[in-house]
Structure formats: structure tokens, C-alpha cells
Design a protein around this ligand. Structure first.
Ligand code: F6R
Length: 614
């Protein structure tokens, strides 16, 4: 949720830290802060609000130290304020800490430390950490060796319940930066005579492409010219380095006004790359990364797709595909519900977890729960080496490239595409769907990138519609079948970046209650792409027109002459993957409404890109 950055090397740490924080700003913007080792002491500078506020602190440009840590906060414990901003120090000002995650037992630890003479300056859970480190350090009567520092960190984190990615610096060991993680992401970037730390790869991609992905309960002592890794018992071990192919420029805006717009327009490429070489016409689908046998699949009596938010909406579309092609029942669950509702899982259940970031706390917990009940688990993620991918039995990646805007766009369409390919792969193993129909679906999927380009040509038209409706207070999205799934996603996008209240309904359900909300002048957006349901969908739209609604229809059908206010035509494709096209006008609509309202599209209020707390 929060974002952290660290640096140790020969450059001014402040520069690297601020650049990293700017890349991580989407992770939360309640406050920002840095701590740099400066003349044998820790210099902390922090400010409420955005990184730009931090940059304006007088004297910050004078920081010349080459070791430092930094943090971008999304508040959990304690309101957004300067005193609650990280880094936090212990009372002796010898240890500075930044933390991503939540310490669940912090009240207990605070009480323990208070009873031992410590006092607290913030309301955060984090402030117990530097003080606990100090407590253990002070009570260790051995010589002042580095091991003493590391042992103090280890003892402190053994007391913590919850999740954490921690960076710690101290002037007592000015040549080191210590990090540890559990259930919160942390990567270490290797440079030449300098090393970097961040909560995710894009933050430091401009400096290096060589990364170590820290495991849960793993510690690293980072020097400028080497990195030592330790397990939970502080035994040193070697670790494999990973080369990340992402292009640093793909995390920049490439001339677009906002990341979200750039990412919407990147969807043809994202889909092309996600399809990759996973199938060709006339050849069976294959995944290098998974090997599922017919024997296993025949015994799978249920598939769960578990995810949050937009990723869950992709799962809803995936359910249609898998059920139609494989005839295996699929249940789609919200991860935060699934993990507490005692779902029926056994070794014949396949659980699929969809997560762009691969770090969403509830999705990760749901995965662990499923594994503990003996289910096989398959992760669908966009981030190589993310926590979910490391714990799942199988992982397949969307290749959408880094998604920076908080509102997910290209990750959603890539997830839908990948689940459709997975459905075809399963169906080919099971022989559960006529091969010629699978070939037709493959052809439709291969055509998607050029059809997305055609949908994007409606950009101006959608902008004009946004100009007309951006002052509204409520909107409704209606659809049937997969169009309903898209309605849910369109409504979520509108809420999150435009702050307009909206509801999505299965069109046939409207008359069972929600139609009472339809009054003169309200905007209703109808999605009509399933040719078998055109007439029924039109009837439902007529019901709202009769009650005075203004309508925008997104369709790939030739509709009878009706009294709709606006129609956006999109290319036809299989209804199983039509959301990949029909969602795009809705993404653009939310984008332009948000722009018209003068809002920060990429960083909507109260939201963060990666939700690593429960
Ligand atoms: C909405 C959005 C969120 C995420 C959700 C899951 O635009 O981005 O609803 O989809 O927080 O995130 P991931 O996919 O990273 O698990």
C-alpha cells in the first residue's frame, strides 16, 4: 500500500530516493519522507501530502549523504500528518525505519515499550519497530559488531504480528542498509558500486535491471558493493539474481497527459503480448509455465476464481469462458469474502488467483487458505516474482507491462484475454468443446488488437459525451451476460476516478427494485454485444427511456431504429471476449469525466495501486 525506496552507494541518496518516491506516488499520497545518514547522524525530513511538498522542505537539497531510506504513505494507523509520516526513529535517534504493511499487535508492543521507558511521537503502528530494535540492541551485551545490529532487527521482527517490508539505517553501521520482509513486497536492485531497494520494480528501473526478490522472513544486509542474504535464523545464503526486461521508458508517460490514458492506448500491445506464442490457428494452446494433465483436469469438480476489484471483474468474464468451454462449474469470489467464509475446497478444486500486482493482501491470504486445504493453485499476475506468483503452484503472466495509474485498464483486458486462452487450453486437454469453435475463438482473439485500435478511434466521440455528463451526480450501467460483467467494471472505473456515484445492474434485474431510482434526465449506459440478447437488452433500455433517462449505448450490433441519445459502435467479436472491446469506451468515458472535473486521474483520492493490507 505504502511505497518504500532505499539507496546505498556513491550518489547523493536524496536524488535517488525522491525519484523513486515519485514513481511510487500512486501507492499512496498521504505523506512522504526520507532519512539520510549525514555526518554520523540521521537526518529525517518529512511532510504531509505529495512528494512535491517534501521536495519543498528548506534544506532538503543540502543533504549530501549516500545512504538513505524513503517512504510514501497511505495511512492505516494514524491520520495523514507530518508526525505520522515515515521514517520513524527510536528515542535515541540511532535507528530510522520505513515500513510498508501493518503491525497488528502494535498496541501491545507499544505498551511493552512504554513500560520500559520509551515514549512515542506518532500514532502509527510503525514507531514501535525502531524502538524495539533499540531495545534489543541495548540489551545485547556483546561487542558492537554488525551481527548485534542484525540480531536486534531479527529479535524485533520476531515480535511483530502482521505484514511488513522494512528498511533500517543507523549511523552505528553507516556502511549498511538492512531490509526484511513478510507479506509485503520488497525488491533489491543491484547496481555498480551502488544498490537500491523499493517496494516494486518500476521505482528503480531507471537505475538497474538486475533484481533480487526478497522472500518472506528473509533479511538482507546491503552494502554499496555487496549484498548478504540471511534466512530467518540469520544463516547466510546465496540468492539468484533476476534480469527484468521491462523498458524504463515504458514506465514513463510517453507524451500522454496521464498514465491512465497511455495505458488505455497501450491495450492493443498488451493483448498482443499476452497472446504471445501461446497459440496459433490450427495448433493447440500451450503454456510453458504450466503442465496440467487430462487426468488431473477430469477430476476437477470445481474452479474458484478469486480476486479483488477489477481483477475480480475479469474473473467474472473468465467464469463464462471456462464454464462454456469446459463445463466445469466456476465460482468467482471476492478474496476478502472467500478467506473468511469457509469455502468448500479440496484436492479436486482448482483455485485461480487473479492479481495485477501479485501483492494484494486478501488475494494472497486466499491463496494460502486454498493451499492449506489441498487445492492446486494457479496465479495470473502482471508482475514477475510477485508474492502471489511465488506461492502458487502454477503462474501465468499477463504481459501488459507496468501499470502505473491506480485505475486498472490494460491489466483488466489482458487478464480477460489470458483467462480465455486458459479456458481454451483446458478445453483442448479435456476435449470438452468442438475444436472448430475453439479455432473460431482463437481467430477472434488474434483479431482483438486491431479491433481495439478501431474502438480507440471513438476517443473524440466519447470525449464529447463526457463533456455533456461530467457534472452529473449518478449514473447507471446496464447489461446482460458478459455485458453485465462489463457494466460492473465501467461503474467501478467511474466511481474511482470521477467520484460520481454509479450502479451497475443486470438489465433484467432492474424492474425488481432499482428502476425506482430512474428519474428524468438520469444517464444510463447500456452495453449490448450479445446478439442472442439484443432484443431483451433493448426492452430493458426502453424501460428507462420511458422514465426519462438519457442513454448512451455501446454496441457491436446493428440496432433497430431506437430513441437512444448516443450510440458508440464497436467491432463484433465472440461474446466470450467482447468485454475486451466494450470496456474501452467506458474506460475513456471515466477518464474524460475525471479530466473535465479537474481531478487527478492517475492518483484518485483514498486509493492506492497495490493494496498490501487487509
Ligand atoms: C481498480 C483497481 C482495483 C484492483 C484491485 C486488485 O481500477 O485497480 O480494483 O483491481 O485492488 O488489485 P490487484 O489486481 O493488484 O490484485
Amino acid at each position: 500500500m505504502c511505497g518504500i525506496v532505499g539507496y546505498i552507494g556513491t550518489q547523493k541518496a536524496k536524488e535517488v530516493l525522491i525519484n523513486g518516491l515519485l514513481s511510487l506516488e500512486y501507492r499512496g499520497y498521504d505523506s512522504a519522507g526520507i532519512a539520510v545518514l549525514e555526518n554520523n547522524k540521521i537526518e529525517v525530513m518529512k511532510e504531509k501530502g505529495r512528494v512535491s511538498n517534501l521536495e519543498n522542505i528548506p534544506g532538503i537539497n543540502n543533504l549530501s549523504g549516500t545512504v538513505g531510506i524513503a517512504h510514501k504513505r497511505w495511512a492505516t494507523h494514524g491520520r495523514p500528518s507530518k508526525e505520522n509520516a515515515h521514517p520513524h526513529m527510536d528515542n535515541s535517534k540511532n535507528f530510522a525505519v520505513v515500513h510498508n504493511g501493518i503491525i497488528e499487535n502494535y498496541s501491545e508492543l507499544r505498551e511493552f515499550l512504554t513500560n520500559n521507558g520509551y515514549h512515542f511521537l506518532s500514532q502509527t503502528d510503525t514507531e514501535v519497530v525502531p524502538n524495539l530494535i533499540h531495545y534489543y540492541f541495548n540489551n545485547d551485551k556483546s561487542d558492537n559488531t554488525l551481527n548485534k545490529f542484525l540480531r536486534a532487527v531479527k529479535n524485533a521482527v520476531s515480535d511483530l504480528k502482521g505484514s511488513y517490508a522494512l528498511e533500517i539505517i543507523t549511523p552505528l553501521y553507516p556502511e549498511t542498509l538492512v531490509v526484511v520482509r513478510k507479506d509485503s513486497p520488497l525488491v533489491i536492485g543491484k547496481g555498480h558500486n551502488e544498490n537500491f531497494v523499493a517496494s516494486d520494480i518500476p521505482a528503480i528501473l531507471r537505475y538497474t535491471k538486475d533484481f533480487y526478490l526478497l522472500d518472506d522472513n528473509e533479511f538482507a544486509v546491503i552494502y554499496k558493493d555487496k549484498i548478504n542474504f540471511y534466512d530467518v535464523n540469520l544463516n547466510i545464503h546465496n540468492k539468484e539474481i533476476k534480469n527484468i526486461e521491462w523498458d524504463a521508458s515504458s514506465s514513463e508517460k510517453d507524451g500522454y497527459e496521464d498514465y491512465m490514458l497511455k495505458e488505455i492506448f497501450e491495450q492493443p500491445t498488451a493483448i498482443r503480448e499476452t497472446i504471445g506464442s501461446r497459440f496459433r490457428l490450427g495448433e493447440k494452446c500451450s503454456f510453458d509455465d504450466i503442465d496440467i494433465s487430462a487426468d488431473y483436469l477430469k477430476n476437477v469438480h470445481k474452479i474458484y476464481i478469486v480476486a479483488c476489484g477489477t481483477a475480480m471483474h475479469a474473473g467474472l468474464v473468465g467464469k463464462n469462458v471456462i464454464e462454456k468451454l469446459c463445463r466445469i462449474p466456476v465460482e468467482v469470489d471476492i478474496a476478502s469474502e472467500y478467506r473468511y467464509r469457509n469455502p468448500i475446497i479440496d484436492e479436486n478444486t482448482l483455485c485461480i488467483f487473479v492479481s495485477q500486482s501479485g501483492e494484494t493482501a486478501d488475494t494472497l491470504a486466499a491463496l494460502r487458505l486454498s493451499k492449506s486445504h489441498g487445492a492446486r493453485t494457479l496465479a495470473i499476475s502482471n508482475v514477475i516474482g510477485s508474492s502471489i506468483t511465488r506461492e502458487a503452484d502454477y503462474t501465468i503472466y499477463t504481459h501488459a507491462g507496468p501499470e502505473i495509474a491506480v485505475a486498472s485498464t490494460k491489466a483488466y483486458t489482458s487478464q480477460v484475454c489470458l483467462i480465455a486462452i486458459l479456458g481454451m487450453y483446458f478445453a483442448e486437454i479435456l476435449g470438452s468443446y468442438p475444436q472448430e469453435k475453439i479455432e473460431k475463438l482463437k481467430a477472434d482473439i488474434l483479431d482483438l488488437p486491431s479491433k481495439i485500435e478501431a474502438v480507440l478511434e471513438n476517443n473524440e466521440k466519447i470525449k464529447e459525451f463526457a463533456d455533456k455528463v461530467y457534472t452529473e451526480k449518478d449514473m447507471f450501467f446496464l447489461g446482460r451476460g458478459t455485458d453485465y460483467n462489463v457494466a460492473l467494471e465501467g461503474s467501478l472505473k467511474l466511481k474511482e476516478i470521477s467520484y460520481i456515484h454509479s450502479e451497475a445492474y443486470a438489465a433484467g434485474e432492474l424492474k425488481h427494485g432499482p428502476i425506482a431510482l430512474i428519474e428524468n434526465g438520469v444517464t444510463v449506459i447500456g452495453i449490448i454485444t450479445n446478439k442472442d440478447l439484443v432484443e431483451k437488452s433493448i426492452s430493458n433500455i426502453q424501460e428507462v427511456i420511458t422514465r426519462g433517462a438519457k442513454t448512451l449505448i455501446i454496441t457491436n450490433q446493428v440496432l433497430p431504429n431506437n430513441n437512444f441519445n448516443h450510440v458508440i459502435n464497436i467491432p463484433e467479436t465472440s461474446e466470450l471476449v467482447s468485454p475486451i472491446l466494450s470496456v474501452i469506451p467506458l474506460q475513456l468515458l471515466s477518464y474524460y469525466i475525471s479530466k473535465n472535473k479537474g481531478l487527478d486521474v492517475d492518483k484518485p483520492r483514498n486509493l492506492a495501486k497495490s493494496v498490501t493490507v487487509e
